[in-house]
Design a protein around this ligand. Structure first.
Ligand SMILES: [Cu+2]
Length: 149
């Protein structure tokens, strides 16, 4: 092995991205009232985790708005109901709702937003769910968020 290939090999070995868990995810929401992701895995080794939501549809946020809201699974329905009273002006999330762990703003087609939250907010043994709180979307737009090693 030449010195050059050895150096290249070491470079690959020590590139941080090969070791570190991915601490972010890109999610797409569409005009068909869907997320393209059903399960999000968050590594315990991440200090923070970022969710980037992309509305890849064309409809405006008043008709086909999408957001990404993270809650404990058992509180999803209550948070969704409360969000209705938050209304469009608050992205269908009730202001100050402490049950909301993280949420993006409501997006229309072509828009993106991201949210970053500390992984320390997630507890072992708890079940987490993400959903879109636009009225009527939660049954179709939801998934699980899992804490993994
Ligand atoms: Cu939606």
């Amino acid at each position: 092995m030449t010195r050059k290939t050895l150096a290249a090999g070491l470079l690959v070995l020590f590139t941080p991205s090969l070791w570190a868990a991915t601490c972010s995810v890109d999610i797409e929401a569409s005009d068909r009232i869907t997320f393209n992701t059903e399960v999000i895995k968050v590594s315990r080794s991440c200090a923070e985790f970022t969710v980037k939501l992309h509305h890849v549809g064309r409809l405006e946020h008043t008709r086909m708005g999408h957001n990404w809201v993270l809650v404990r699974a058992r509180e999803q329905q209550a948070v969704a109901n409360a969000g209705l009273f938050g209304g469009l002006g608050h992205s269908f999330v009730r202001p100050g709702d402490a049950r909301v762990i993280a949420s993006t703003r409501l997006l229309g087609g072509g828009e993106s937003d991201s949210v970053t939250f500390p992984v320390s907010l997630l507890e072992d043994g708890e079940q987490y769910q993400f959903f879109c709180s636009f009225p009527g979307h939660a049954p179709l737009m939801r998934g699980s968020l899992l804490l993994v090693d």
